[in-house]
Design a protein around this ligand. Structure first.
Ligand SMILES: [Zn+2]
Length: 250
């Protein structure tokens, strides 16, 4: 097989996560994991997320940013490099939220240690399909967001035409599987994460019911930015900014 034949998709342009002129080349049909930037190795959802942050929060370099479970490349790396107030965290079961474990801040999305209204931008990339109590996590994110702040996140919306469904839940600390076990790769722990929720587009309603905040769903298809893939949605939950208070509107 020649090099040309093994390429499934190829485009060129500027990479949103590293900022370089780059080629985007996929050698597998599943572009979501295989369409890599030749310069930084990022994948499409990372470039989509960074593009959305640039659009929705152009002042992100001056913002207080918290990212849960950073990827160590792509958007995570760009945010870390260019934003002085970027904080990354990992969940270490049984450890105190806010403490430092192996040089990394420990945070539980369901019980964040950050004060109210202290974060301008929460970032999570493919994390919310692994959370046992997403409503608690959405509430914690809303609590800690500053007015005008936002949660920009990716999550595979695998239920394109059906409501979200739970795959697994905790009962008295034990995992109960409601669907056959499914795992995604995880850079920490034993290298895999149980999928707890198959999300549908009603995720926006779930965020609203948990937090009272509205969510935008942004879909980008742009080969020039290397953004083409399955499940490419980026979600943006916004906490309204406080303006001057007016009277009631009947
Ligand atoms: Zn790149």
């Amino acid at each position: 097989m020649t090099d040309h034949e093994s390429v499934v998709f190829r485009s060129a342009g500027r990479c949103p996560t590293c900022g370089n002129e780059a080629e985007f080349v996929a050698r597998e049909v599943w572009l979501r994991d295989s369409l890599r930037c030749s310069a930084c190795g990022s994948i499409p959802r990372e470039r989509a997320l960074m593009s959305v942050i640039d659009t929705f929060l152009p002042g992100w370099r001056e913002a207080v940013i918290h990212e849960s479970s950073p990827a160590g490349r792509g958007a995570s790396e760009r945010l870390r490099r260019e934003c002085p107030r970027y904080v990354a965290s990992q969940y270490f079961p049984g450890r105190q939220p806010g403490s430092t474990v192996n040089g990394m801040r420990c945070e539980d999305l369901e019980a964040l240690s950050f004060p109210d209204a202290s974060i301008d931008l929460h970032v999570t990339q493919d994390v919310f399909e692994h959370v046992f109590h997403p409503a608690r996590a959405f509430r914690e994110i809303a609590r800690t967001l500053a007015p005008g702040g936002m949660h920009v996140f990716t999550v595979p919306i695998v239920r394109r035409h059906e409501p979200s469904r739970l795959r697994a839940r905790l009962e008295e600390g034990r995992v109960v599987h409601l669907q056959p076990e499914e795992y995604h790769g995880n850079p920490v722990g034993d290298g895999r994460s149980l999928v707890t929720v198959d999300w549908g587009f009603d995720i926006c309603r779930h965020v609203f019911e948990a937090s009272g905040l509205y969510t935008h769903v942004v879909t980008i298809d742009d080969p020039g930015r290397g953004i083409r893939a399955e499940y490419i949605e980026v979600l943006v939950t916004v906490k309204p900014a406080r303006g001057p208070e007016g009277g009631p509107i009947p």
